[in-house]
Design a protein around this ligand. Structure first.
Ligand code: ADP
Ligand code: AMP
Length: 223
């Protein structure tokens, strides 16, 4: 047995409505368990700011509050998880968002004799989502996220981490949020049952303070 086979493997999926706090918790999980945080939304946004073909294609859907088609999304995700830094696991934030995406991930992992370990559903009712998203501010440079009330940066609209300006994401305007919530209920929520049937679904109350949400997650994943 090599030393590597003793390392803990943790493949985690974050489920929840847009704005439920998946990204906030995924960053904390990544730091505590030393695994990469992989956000398909961040990958698309990085491509948009670099003006790549993938970014231009994804933007058409994102601006309308729609999902980027599975063919595009699945490819970037599989390429990302094949990278060396993912060998001890990862936390996926915003993927899968459809049953076909989940099936492709399961198939790819099964072929490697592997599997997803936990699907954590961050549960927040629709009523709280609009408030969450209208107060979210994102750094245009490093992607850090804040909330004007619940997680304010030290200086207004300036990123604590890199000093760049913070913006309200184009898709966080209330009209688009409502659309994204509908898309979530139609296409993503069925994943709760999908992972429940596989016996790996864990639910946490996402309405409490972010530190307490994280406490509940650590109680599931272990210290
Ligand atoms: P998601 O990744 O699910 O879209 P985020 O992690 O970006 O959601 O969180 C959405 C917004 O809500 C952000 O502005 C974030 O700072 C804030 N937020 C996250 N978790 C909580 C919480 N437990 N209580 C209050 N606000 C939160
Ligand atoms: P997020 O940053 O996770 O809120 O994602 C922002 C937007 O990117 C979503 O509203 C979708 O348009 C797109 N997106 C991110 N991840 C996926 C995915 N797994 N499948 C389809 N579209 C996605």
């Amino acid at each position: 047995m090599t030393d590597e086979s003793w390392e803990i493997q943790m493949k985690i999926i974050m489920l929840g409505a847009p704005g439920a706090g998946k990204g906030t918790q995924a960053k904390m999980i990544a730091e505590k368990y030393s695994i990469p945080h992989i956000s398909t939304g961040d990958i698309f946004r990085a491509n948009i700011s670099q003006g790549t073909e993938l970014g231009m294609e994804a933007k058409k859907f994102m601006d309308q509050g729609l999902l980027v088609p599975d063919e595009l999304t699945v490819k970037i995700l599989l390429d990302r998880v094949a990278k060396e830094d993912c060998k001890n696991g990862y936390v996926l934030d915003g993927f899968p968002r459809t049953i076909p995406q989940a099936e492709v991930l399961d198939k790819a992992l099964t072929e490697l004799g592997d599997k997803v370990d936990y699907a954590i559903n961050v549960d927040v009712p629709d009523e709280s989502i609009i408030t969450r998203m209208s107060g979210r501010r994102a750094c245009v440079k490093c992607g850090a996220t804040y909330h004007v009330k619940y997680n304010a940066p030290k200086a207004e609209d300036v990123c604590d981490a890199c000093g760049e300006g913070l913006v309200l994401r184009d898709d966080d305007h209330p009209e688009t949020v409502t659309k994204r919530l509908n898309v979530y209920h139609d296409q993503t929520q069925p994943l709760i049952e999908y992972y429940s049937k596989k016996d790996i679904l864990k639910a946490v109350d996402g309405t409490v303070d972010m530190k307490d949400v994280f406490g509940a997650i650590v109680a599931i994943l272990g210290e």
